[in-house]
Design a protein around this ligand. Structure first.
Ligand SMILES: Cc1cc2nc3c(=O)[nH]c(=O)nc-3n(C[C@H](O)[C@H](O)[C@H](O)COP(=O)(O)OP(=O)(O)OC[C@H]3O[C@@H](n4cnc5c(N)ncnc54)[C@H](O)[C@@H]3O)c2cc1C
Length: 398
């Protein structure tokens, strides 16, 4: 049985229970537990010591990619791993660094998965092997400058077919990995039919320009781009034939919302790890902070939030294994876990006092990163409204 990462050390504080309070990891099989341990060793060596510096400098760790690719954890459920393993993998990456987990999720769970779900044999032959090994990287380009929450109702980016070529014009905003990736899953409306189309966009094509969104207060290591498309000529061979309407985007979003739920679990585990270690160490009034009732209450609330979020996500993973998970369930999972996460990281931040607001201490980064996670993949509000629509039969979204 792999040991849970134990942020607690020092005399008298060994053998405390891990943040996975219900020992959910024990539900994995031996191969999965060994792989998760390998991931843990990897992040402890290659991510945790450097993540703060990347974040502060808004610098993406390109050197990490070959090593991360060599771990062999791209789209794990297509390689014999369970949905629970997939979720715990994302949680573990987020526990080390939410920016890294976000990069990973965009590339593998949105771009690479789309090749499996909607691509042709030829597209998979051209792109899959390099993308799975992270020799190339991908993005998911849906949001636009004027269409965020309402992007399903209208996109301004247009594609016009001329023979075997599509001419694309428009703009995208917030595109994670968009400043450096080789490919994007690009969403556009067919000018002639009004149908939704999806393309593998080669970002080196003439007419594609990207610029980085600077000065973010959250997920600073993730490179989000504004993308402008001016008469970009995309070959018909790079259109995803499996994408015919927005419900195909929803299929990917359902799955990535679930992954964001796991990411919110990882953020809460991280907040708990850091807060507990800090309050055991720091003394005020001649006693460890951990000995004060109000501090213990914070820890108990944080752990309760993390545990409830994790238990919900386990059920969703079981539903995915049966192929029965629904969009309203994915929306509930995203809304609930990110709401709990926001409370958890705020309590953790408060437990560190002033040190909770300086990025020299990890908690400040965890706290700030939670804000982007709360907003992307459908805001918390919009996901609540999807659940509201499901339980009332009335849409309050539009
Ligand atoms: C760090 C980060 C990374 C991202 N990565 C990507 C990416 O890789 N690819 C991509 O395509 N997109 C990405 N996004 C975009 C993200 O999905 C959008 O930010 C999100 O969908 C919200 O859209 P918006 O920011 O335009 O906000 P808006 O839609 O303008 O919403 C603003 C506010 O209004 C609320 N609101 C909107 N509509 C309603 C309504 N009907 N009822 C009640 N309240 C409503 C929202 O909840 C929010 O509080 C990313 C965003 C961030 C911040």
């Amino acid at each position: 049985m792999p040991k849970q990462p134990d942020a607690v050390s020092g005399p008298g504080v060994r053998n405390l229970p891990g943040a996975d309070f219900l020992d959910i990891e024990a539900q994995l099989d031996a191969r999965e537990r060994a792989k998760l341990d390998e991931v843990r060793t990897f992040v402890a060596e290659h991510v945790t010591p450097f993540a703060a510096a990347w974040w502060t400098a808004e610098q993406f760790p390109f050197d990490l990619l070959p090593k991360l690719g060599a771990l062999g954890v791209s789209t794990p459920t297509r390689h014999g791993y369970s949905h629970l393993f997939h979720g715990l993998l994302i949680a573990e990456l987020a526990r080390a660094d939410a920016s890294l987990a976000t990069f990973f999720m965009i590339h593998h769970d949105l771009f690479v998965e789309s090749l499996y779900d909607f691509g042709t044999e030829g597209q998979r032959e051209r792109y899959l092997e390099d993308a799975a090994a992270l020799r190339t990287t991908g993005a998911f380009a849906l949001t636009e400058p004027d269409h965020g929450s309402d992007v399903a109702k209208g996109m301004d980016t247009r594609a016009r077919r001329e023979g075997d070529t599509w001419i694309v014009n428009g703009a995208k905003r917030w595109i994670g990995n968009g400043t450096f990736c080789e490919h994007m899953l690009l969403w556009a409306l067919d000018e002639e039919t009004g149908a939704v189309r999806g393309f593998v966009l080669d970002t080196s094509l003439p007419g594609v320009s990207t610029s980085r969104i600077e000065n973010k207060i959250s997920l600073r290591t993730v490179q989000n781009a504004d993308v402008v498309l001016e008469d970009v000529r995309i070959p018909e061979a790079d259109r995803f034939p499996g994408i015919e309407s927005f419900s195909d985007a929803n299929q990917l979003l359902r799955s990535s919302r679930i992954m964001v739920g796991w990411l919110a679990v990882g953020q809460q585990l991280a907040a708990f790890d850091v807060a507990r270690a800090y309050v055991l160490e720091r003394e005020q009034f001649g006693r460890p902070l951990a000995s004060f009732q109000l501090i213990q209450q914070k820890l108990a609330t944080m752990l309760g939030n993390a545990t409830a979020s994790m238990a919900l996500m386990v059920q969703i993973a079981h539903a995915r294994a049966q192929g029965t998970e629904r969009m309203d369930q994915a929306a509930l999972a995203k809304a609930f876990t990110t709401e709990r996460m926001r409370e958890t990281v705020a309590l953790g931040r408060a437990a560190l006092g002033g040190n909770g607001i300086v990025t020299d201490h990890r908690m400040a980064r965890i706290f700030a990163d939670a804000e982007a996670v709360y907003t992307y993949e459908g805001t918390q509000d919009v996901n609540q409204l999807i659940v509201g629509r499901s339980v009332t039969g009335i849409s309050a979204i539009t």
